[in-house]
Design a binder for this molecule. Structure first.
Ligand SMILES: [Zn+2]
Length: 252
């Protein structure tokens, strides 16, 4: 067993000895239409029966993606903002859903995004908002339930919020360095750390991918991760809707 496998399996074995099962979920951002990288994502996740949640950009998507996903029963679709446009200034972190525009304008777009994807994707639609760049003005969050959203998915440990959070916790991409895949052993250590937190505090581990910009390192990492986890008795790759159903609404 190499270090990568030992890091993850060592933790999962501890879960198994305790009679516990860790929930994993896979969130992939920025899908719009069928592409070669999307095929690869569907193929790798499908090969290991890993349910997939695509965060789809409503303004730019259409019937072609709906058609492509037809034979993919374990693929869900969530709302990735409206147009994924950055309204922040050059010195700020990128944001579509920040304080740069009137709240009413943003909420109107988020309603359109919800309605459009619900209509297009029907039963695979999940009423969850995935803000572009994982950022949203906190003042908007209490308004989301009124638009039909039942959950919000950003990045990092879940904090108290006006809507249930189903976050991603491990990002495969090295955005600020190579802009390719991160070191697999560093990712394994992060997954094991998240598993240790979950052992005591509950929750799931969300893996975040961006199929359109993956290099070979990311595809290799995903294959390696699925290989060591998918058949482990203490790991369950779970549809996000199932995680959402178990989520307790929190107020904050
Ligand atoms: Zn995005």
């Amino acid at each position: 067993m190499d270090d990568f496998e030992a890091t993850i399996v060592g933790e999962l074995d501890r879960w198994q000895r305790a009679g516990k099962v860790a929930q994993f979920w896979l969130r992939d951002d920025d899908a719009v239409e069928p592409t070669a990288p999307l095929e690869r994502l569907l193929s790798i996740s499908g090969a290991f029966s890993v349910p997939l949640t695509l965060a789809v950009i409503p303004a730019h998507t259409g019937a072609a993606l709906v058609e492509r996903l037809q034979p993919e029963p374990s693929c869900s679709v969530a709302v990735h903002g409206w147009s994924h446009r950055n309204y922040a200034g050059p010195d700020e972190k990128k944001q579509e859903l920040g304080r740069h525009r009137p709240a009413a304008e943003i909420l109107d777009e988020l309603q359109q995004g919800f309605d459009r994807l619900a209509e297009l994707h029907r039963e695979r639609f999940v009423p969850m908002l995935v803000p572009p760049w994982n950022r949203i003005d906190a003042a908007l969050v209490p308004q989301l339930a009124g638009l039909g959203y039942q959950a919000l998915s950003v990045y990092g440990p879940e904090k108290p919020a006006a809507l249930p959070l189903v976050n991603a916790h491990v990002d495969v991409m090295d955005w600020h360095g190579t802009r390719g895949g991160r070191d697999p052993q560093a990712l394994a250590v992060e997954i094991a750390a998240r598993l240790r937190f979950m052992f005591d505090h509950g929750g799931a581990v969300g893996l975040l991918t961006h199929h359109l910009v993956h290099d070979e390192a990311v595809w290799d990492f995903m294959t390696a991760l699925f290989t060591v986890t998918a058949d482990h008795p203490a790991c369950r790759w779970t549809p996000v809707a199932d995680i959402l159903r178990k989520q307790q609404p929190s107020i904050g």
